[in-house]
Design a protein. Structure first.
Ligand code: SF4
Length: 67
């Protein structure tokens, strides 16, 4: 399993700028809660889920199940 940044540098920049503005809270969610701090609870659970492969909600990260 690997976690990579999106290969699209423009998306990475937009999401990272968003995270800098929110102080680390997910830029694509409204609620500023612990669960929404990057890496958010949703993506942490997707990382644990062997059947999940794909981008996090904001598309900053990509989880690949290949070694
Ligand atoms: S892991 Fe992705 S969806 Fe979750 S907070 Fe970070 S950028 Fe947003």
């Amino acid at each position: 399993m690997k976690i990579k940044l999106n290969e699209n540098e423009e998306i990475v920049k937009i999401v990272k700028d968003g995270l800098a503005k929110t102080g680390g809270y997910c830029p694509c969610r409204r609620e500023r809660t612990e669960d929404n701090k990057c890496i958010c609870k949703e993506f942490r659970e997707q990382i644990k889920d062997d059947s999940f492969e794909g981008y996090c909600h904001c598309m900053l990260y990509y989880k690949s199940n290949e070694d």
